[in-house]
Ligand binder design. Sequence first.
Ligand SMILES: NC(=O)C1=CN([C@@H]2O[C@H](COP(=O)(O)OP(=O)(O)OC[C@H]3O[C@@H](n4cnc5c(N)ncnc54)[C@H](OP(=O)(O)O)[C@@H]3O)[C@@H](O)[C@H]2O)C=CC1
Ligand SMILES: O=C(O)[C@@H]1CCC=N1
Length: 277
Amino acid sequence: MTSPTSRFPLITFVGGGNMASAILGGLVRQGHPVDRMQVIEPWDEQRARLAQQFPGLTLLAAAGPELATPDLVIWAIKPQTFREAAAAAADFLGHPLHLSVAAGITSDSIARWLGSERIVRAMPNTPALVGLGMTGLVARTAVTPEDRTLAESVIRTTGELVWVSTEADLDAVTALSGSGPAYVFYFLEAMRDAGTRMGLPPEVAYQLAVGTFVGAATLAQRSGEPPQVLRERVTSKGGTTHAAITSMDAADIKGLFETALKAAQTRAAELGQAFGA
Ligand SMILES: NC(=O)C1=CN([C@@H]2O[C@H](COP(=O)(O)OP(=O)(O)OC[C@H]3O[C@@H](n4cnc5c(N)ncnc54)[C@H](OP(=O)(O)O)[C@@H]3O)[C@@H](O)[C@H]2O)C=CC1
Ligand SMILES: O=C(O)[C@@H]1CCC=N1
């Protein structure tokens, strides 16, 4: 008899860390049954954490014949361990669609390691943990429209997505939105610390900083107006914002930001070269 949950694709995660947890959480929130997902995760503590968070989930320390043949494999491991993990699991996976979230590792490398052309690369970000992720996706040419739909349906459970044309674009996505939450947290730290040095209690400074980010980002999203216009609307002539922005321009914060993002983009390509051989 067909199980009532079998209309859901069977998904195997290789790697059960931060990103796998975020995607798992999104899927569970949207009603994907835990018995249609299995995770390969070698670290005992992490398996115990996942078992507690997602009761009923199949958790394995390593790939083996007991693995049910999946429709989709999500590769959520570090670029440094991808090759080794692929070699260990390839024989037990059948012929699924492969979805990799690893930074930098090209689909050419993955195709070589897995002997499959059905590969989608995704670059999510950690706000996926709260359903507000922003993911870039790129598909190899052999990927079918049905495969794209499957990849989209999984990623959509974590937030928004955008398809890009090339894997080089995905390195730019990695630098911008993949690593991007860390830049926001960095600014939150800086604003909290500056507020504290100006005499506010740290928790008040932090509350003001977080509220300002949430409010400004929501305003940008809802108004649809260019950020420059929104910024100019805050900047009264001869006022306080003008003083701050003049100080930032003098320090070339935008130029420094571009340098930082390009460093991340370069690192993505380096990871692909160093660990994709
Ligand atoms: N964190 C982020 O913001 C983002 C990360 N990514 C990408 O996601 C991928 C995973 O990152 P993240 O989730 O943060 O990393 P984590 O370290 O949290 O998770 C990776 C997990 O994979 C496990 N692992 C190691 N070797 C194997 C193996 N052979 N088979 C199965 N599992 C294995 C690790 O165990 P152990 O610790 O024991 O090695 C670890 O628990 C990376 O490639 C990264 O580039 C993409 C977008 C955003
Ligand atoms: O820092 C990293 O390499 C990963 C990829 C994007 C976010 N975290």
